[in-house]
Write a protein that binds this ligand. Structure first.
Ligand SMILES: Cc1cc2nc3c(=O)[nH]c(=O)nc-3n(C[C@H](O)[C@H](O)[C@H](O)COP(=O)(O)O)c2cc1C
Ligand SMILES: C=C(O[C@@H]1CC(C(=O)O)=C[C@@H](OP(=O)(O)O)[C@H]1O)C(=O)O
Length: 337
């Protein structure tokens, strides 16, 4: 239930204030050279520290507890753990009576009967994305393959709080003593033609599925996305230029019929403003059964989108690595004739 992928199968676990968070990857091929150093650059990009991010500081050093031997993957399940040490659970005891609007507190208590670990958002916390980023760094390596092919997965922040300049957008949040959202764009270069299946396992379907696993994501659009609805067909169609399938324009964003077409994969996601805002809110207190004034006291990101690019790259690489392995195993008895 907390796993994703057919062959390169990723499961995440842990809670924000439990002993650790982590990931298990089943189906990672044996023999891939892998050390902690391979994961550190992406893990560092996910860490807080920049202006507008949570003051919680964790080392995020990967501990390989299974599936790695002599700096190579063994082919058995690869489990990577990250310790939680800088927790401040008292913040959450104080506000336990008031489920934070926009966070998972209310639904988690309802679904798990109050047995959920609510400290730091528990299993719903973005802390769990640490394992996703580790799996993403491994998936990126898998996409490049042993020949280190030029497959690049890059996500950037294109808007914060409605401003193209992230500094300006963040300042809006600081001035208003509130939180803001943002927009990210992800581009993948060097993909082969043919990844993805028609209908339910279309490349868009799987990317959207994985993207919505990122906490706080509210929307996704591929290529020209919603703007396509306002274009003429002749305008939107991407004319094919040669036998490689290269197109003159890329309104499709690199996927047609659910299958990658060899052009750049381009999509954008919308990230909501952090629910744990310092701003005063009026919301239900489960102990008094009344609507009360409430303001979140604790350590939070003013804009979660600031730390999201590397998480977006990770889920993208995880989906594409799985699709690549699926495509490599597809029987080709007659279709290459
Ligand atoms: C990188 C990142 C950091 C986040 N930091 C916070 C945070 O500090 N405080 C908070 O309330 N939510 C934070 N979130 C979002 C919550 O985890 C998320 O809103 C919550 O789990 C509810 O899920 P939903 O927004 O997808 O419905 C963060 C999300 C991401 C991706
Ligand atoms: C620690 C991280 O961010 C956390 C994500 C988060 C949430 O609700 O998602 C809430 C906060 O947790 P805490 O109150 O325990 O500090 C953030 O600090 C992280 O992403 O590594």
């Amino acid at each position: 239930m907390n796993s994703f992928g057919r062959i390169f199968r990723v499961s995440v676990f842990g809670e924000s204030h439990g002993p650790c968070v982590g990931v298990t990857i089943d189906g990672c091929p044996a023999g891939m050279p892998l050390t902690a150093e391979d994961l550190l650059p992406d893990l560092a990009r996910r860490k807080p520290g920049a202006k507008g991010t949570t003051p919680r500081k964790e080392a995020d050093l990967p501990v390989f507890s299974s599936g790695l031997f002599n700096d190579h993957t063994t082919g058995s399940p690869l489990t990577i753990l990250f310790e939680n040490n800088n927790t401040r659970s008292a913040d959450y005891e104080k506000q336990r009576a008031i489920p934070r609007p926009g966070h998972a507190d209310f639904v988690a208590a309802h679904k798990y009967g109050g047995f959920e670990d609510y400290r730091g958002g528990g299993h719903f916390s973005a802390r769990v994305t640490t394992g996703i980023v580790a799996a993403g760094a491994i998936a990126k390596k898998l996409l490049r393959g042993p020949a280190d092919e030029a497959v690049t997965v890059e996500a950037v922040l294109t808007e914060v709080g409605g401003e193209a300049d992230p500094e300006k957008g963040l300042q809006k949040a600081i001035d208003a003593k509130d939180s803001v959202g943002g927009i990210l764009e992800c581009r993948v270069k060097g993909l082969p033609i043919g990844l993805g299946e028609p209908f339910f396992d279309s490349a868009e379907s799987l990317l959207a599925h994985a993207v919505f696993a990122i906490p706080a994501v509210r929307g996704i659009e591929f290529g020209t996305g919603f703007a396509a609805a306002r274009m003429f067909g002749s305008e939107h169609n991407d004319a094919i230029e040669d036998a490689s399938g290269k197109t003159r324009t890329n309104h499709a964003g690199g996927i047609v019929g659910g299958i990658t077409n060899g052009n750049e994969l381009v999509f954008r996601i919308a990230v909501k403003p952090t629910s744990s805002t310092p701003k005063l809110q009026h919301t239900w207190n489960r102990e008094t059964d009344r609507i009360e004034d409430f303001s979140v006291k604790g350590r939070h990101d003013l804009c979660v989108a600031l730390r999201a690019p590397v998480i977006l790259e990770a889920v993208t690489a995880i989906v594409l690595a799985d699709l690549l392995l699926i495509e490599q195993q597809r029987p080709r008895i007659w279709d290459d004739a």
